[in-house]
Design a protein around this ligand. Structure first.
Ligand code: NAD
Ligand code: SER
Length: 322
């Protein structure tokens, strides 16, 4: 833990990552020190365990008011529109992802905030990027509006570090798999949906092809990576807002086969839609040596352990016996 207890703002806290990361941050820094915000009303465990407020990150006046009122010095800026929703509404994706990020960065400078975490994504890559073991430094020519905003977000973050001395950090998350909050409209959502359908119905229609391979990460590793980077010694970081982080890589078919070890009758059919082209433009595996060398990144979960844990949690939630 850092010497000064962080007073943390989480934007987009009701989302897939925020709903679990916020609780982990409250456990670590004290429940009253972590403010959960979202453009949606904060409900459930987030509302029950600490302070919360409504915040539209595209509104700089609202953002500044909240930073002042709660004495915030650390921001986890998770509010975003993800890849599939972004392709349906590119204008909204640009406004939320770019205006929101710029507002947060400007406030970081104006209010002399400490660490500002701004997630990036494997969506920064495109078809010209090497797909296997994708390097840290490589071609960034995404084909989605979401990817465009994530590349701009990385560049802006690095610019604010160099130009204004801001402390901006970020990870290129792979697809995040979790059991508590469903994902919010991304291309990697199939790798979460498949677990819910396996437990609830015993069958699933997958929106990418069986041989589609993408990098993924289980939520406990996502939380670990995020907090470890946030607490890393800034002076030891050569990169800032764009760390590659790897954990798991598997095809949709390999994931289905792993689930079948627990649910032998599980049936999967494949009906690719517009998200197939997005998935095909992203890497299948990630070279994360920079993260390992600069702040000691080491994932803990593999495909068998993640699958067993997901199925155990969801079967308990839905009252199903495996
Ligand atoms: P999510 O879609 O589940 O949640 C995003 C949240 O942002 C939602 O609760 C939504 O209500 C909120 N939001 C939308 N517009 C807003 C606005 N104008 N003001 C305030 N809040 C607003 O997303 P997530 O999966 O939790 O992603 C969090 C971050 O991690 C994003 O930056 C995303 O790009 C990144 N990321 C996620 C994944 C993943 O697989 N989940 C992978 C790579 C990167
Ligand atoms: N999971 C995200 C998406 O599919 C990747 O950033 O959009």
């Amino acid at each position: 833990m850092t010497k000064t207890t962080p007073k943390v703002l989480v934007t987009g806290a009701m989302g897939q990552i925020g709903s679990e990361l916020t609780l982990a941050l409250r456990e670590r820094y004290g429940h009253d020190n972590v403010l959960a915000t979202d453009v949606r009303t904060i409900e459930g465990p987030l509302a029950e365990t600490g302070p919360c407020a409504k915040l539209d990150v595209t509104d700089p006046v609202m953002l500044k008011g909240i930073l002042e009122r709660y004495g915030i010095n650390t921001v986890y800026h998770l509010a975003a529109i993800l890849s599939a929703t972004g392709e349906k509404n590119p204008g909204l994706c640009w406004r939320v992802n770019m205006d929101g990020t710029l507002n947060v960065l400007n406030m970081a400078v104006e209010m002399k905030l400490g660490t500002v975490m701004i997630p990036s994504s494997i969506a920064v890559f495109g078809p010209e990027t090497p797909r296997v073991n994708t390097p840290q430094e490589t071609v960034l020519k995404p084909r989605t509006m979401y990817g465009v905003t994530k590349v701009c977000g990385e560049l802006l973050g690095d610019y604010y570090v160099r130009r204004f001395g801001a402390d901006v950090r970020g990870l290129r998350y792979p697809g995040i798999i979790s059991s508590e909050t469903p994902p919010g409209g991304g291309t990697t959502d199939f790798a979460v949906d498949i677990f819910y359908k396996a437990v609830q119905n015993g069958e699933y229609t997958c929106f990418v092809k069986e041989d589609t391979s993408l990098p993924m990460m289980y939520m406990p590793d996502c939380i670990k990576a995020t907090i470890e980077l946030a607490e890393a010694d800034f002076s030891k970081l050569s990169h800032h807002g764009d760390f590659n982080v790897g954990a798991l890589s598997f095809t949709a078919g390999e994931l289905a086969a792993e689930i079948r070890k627990h649910i032998p009758g599980f049936r999967v059919s494949y009906e690719p839609d517009f998200r197939q082209a997005i998935a095909d433009s992203w890497p299948s595996s990630i070279d994360d040596r920079a993260a390992r060398e600069e702040w000691g990144w080491q994932p803990a979960w593999d495909l068998p352990s993640m699958t067993a844990d997901m199925l155990e949690r969801l079967s308990a939630r839905f009252g199903k016996r495996l």
